[in-house]
Design a binder for this molecule. Structure first.
Ligand SMILES: NC(=O)c1ccc[n+]([C@@H]2O[C@H](COP(=O)([O-])OP(=O)(O)OC[C@H]3O[C@@H](n4cnc5c(N)ncnc54)[C@H](OP(=O)(O)O)[C@@H]3O)[C@@H](O)[C@H]2O)c1
Length: 113
């Protein structure tokens, strides 16, 4: 399974064939919380974006370092599965685990494998 090219480019992902955005907007509307690892967050921040892409969502970034929260992001140092299960114990819309590699397989092997 590949999630990024060697140069970290996601061009292949954004060049996908299909209709319009392949249902992404419809999916995104169902999302309340966005989770990602710190390296994925760094990748997002390196893109030339006019505004933070997850601004209207609760965005949590996993890091083992102590990082001050920003206007858009809450930095979390927690067991990923526990954190997700805590979120799931409250009413709410969907949780989107954006990635990357260190965050997603952890959930699969620990809880959903
Ligand atoms: N194809 C796609 O849809 C897709 C989606 C997302 C990402 N990506 C790509 O994937 C790459 C990044 O993935 P990656 O696997 O290298 O990194 P990542 O999973 O995004 O982030 C890894 C970082 O997350 C933190 N972390 C991991 N487990 C943690 C835990 N249990 N508790 C607290 N913090 C934890 C650590 O941050 P610290 O080092 O700060 O402690 C670790 O260095 C990028 O190239 C990105 O573009 C692709």
């Amino acid at each position: 399974m590949y999630i990024a090219a060697k140069d970290e480019s996601l061009e292949w992902l954004f060049n996908m064939e299909g209709e319009d955005d392949n249902g992404f907007s419809e999916f995104y509307d169902t999302v309340e919380t966005v989770l990602m690892g710190r390296r994925t967050y760094d990748w997002v921040m390196k893109q030339d974006l006019k505004k933070f892409p997850y601004k209207n969502k609760e965005c949590c970034v996993f890091t083992r370092s102590s990082v001050e929260n920003t206007e858009n992001v809450k930095f979390v140092n927690d067991d990923v599965s526990n954190f997700v299960n805590k979120l799931k114990s409250h009413d709410g819309k969907n949780i989107w685990i954006v990635g990357g590699e260190e965050i997603v397989p952890f959930l699969y092997t620990e809880k959903f494998g």
